[in-house]
Ligand binder design. Structure first.
Ligand SMILES: [Zn+2]
Length: 256
């Protein structure tokens, strides 16, 4: 089985595990062996909010919440999107960029505290090097608005700070360049600024995540981007008919 197929299969396993809730699932020896043999990449982990708001160290095992590095390692996690989450409360006073910078600082603090367990990855070959050393590879990723206006200079500076992936809409709100799933349409997808953000992300080598985008945003982003784009956390509309989920035709378009 090649690496990509392993990754696809593991994605399904992770989706399955996530859907089963908190109780530990019983898995067969064969499934466990496959899991252990795979490169396991979790593409959406809200990592530093807990430490940002409540303090603490992600390298310490905790008995509540969904994530710490000890349990991640025991669970066989090899790589992850180290997702920073700027919540809607920061948008009205236009503090989203400031909060993004604070969370990046918190991320670096946690990475420094745990440099024996996890390391920032900036490209694909970093993932191979870091996982071969026995550590978890972390790509810094942003959920929520990096800047509601989509300022390309801000985006470039976030890239320089190590950010390699971001979500196009501002979580469940529209921003000034892309519509969200869950707010009234402002642009019917992307406007010129949104297309410029995508072109700049492509040029820099940043991964665009369209989870939380409206159907129009998702479809247009796939058309505009010269690189593949991701939907890292998305349900299917055929199972749950709400705007936050992915209709089958868009899922096919994304896969193509
Ligand atoms: Zn999300």
């Amino acid at each position: 089985m090649d690496g990509l197929n392993k990754l696809r299969l593991t994605g399904f396993v992770l989706l399955f595990l996530a859907s089963t809730g908190a109780a530990l699932p019983q898995v067969s020896d064969r499934a466990l062996a496959l899991h252990r043999d795979s490169l396991v990449f979790d593409a959406h982990v809200h990592v530093v909010d807990r430490q940002f708001y409540h303090g603490g160290d992600m390298g310490q095992r905790v008995d509540d919440g969904q994530f710490d590095l000890v349990r991640a390692k025991e669970g066989g996690l090899d790589a992850m999107f180290f997702s920073l989450f700027v919540t809607e409360q920061y948008y009205p006073a236009r503090l989203e960029t400031k909060q993004t910078l604070r969370l990046i600082d918190a991320a670096y603090e946690q990475l420094a505290k745990n440099k024996d367990k996890i390391e920032l990855a900036l490209n694909a070959s970093d993932v191979e090097r870091i996982t071969q050393s026995g550590k978890i590879a972390a790509f810094m990723d942003l959920e929520g608005g990096f800047d509601l206006d989509g300022d390309l200079a801000v985006l470039r500076n976030l890239y320089r700070l190590g950010l390699r992936s971001f979500q196009l809409p501002a979580h469940n709100w529209a921003n000034n360049f892309a519509d969200s799933c869950c707010a009234p349409a402002k642009w019917h997808g992307l406007n010129d600024r949104g297309r410029a953000v995508i072109h700049e992300a492509n040029r820099l080598g940043m991964v665009i995540n369209i989870s939380h985008g409206s159907d129009e945003t998702i479809s247009q982003a796939i058309d505009v981007s010269s690189d593949p784009i991701l939907a890292t956390h998305h349900g299917l509309r055929s199972f749950n008919d709400i705007p936050r989920t992915m209709p089958d035709d868009l899922l096919r378009k994304l896969a193509e």
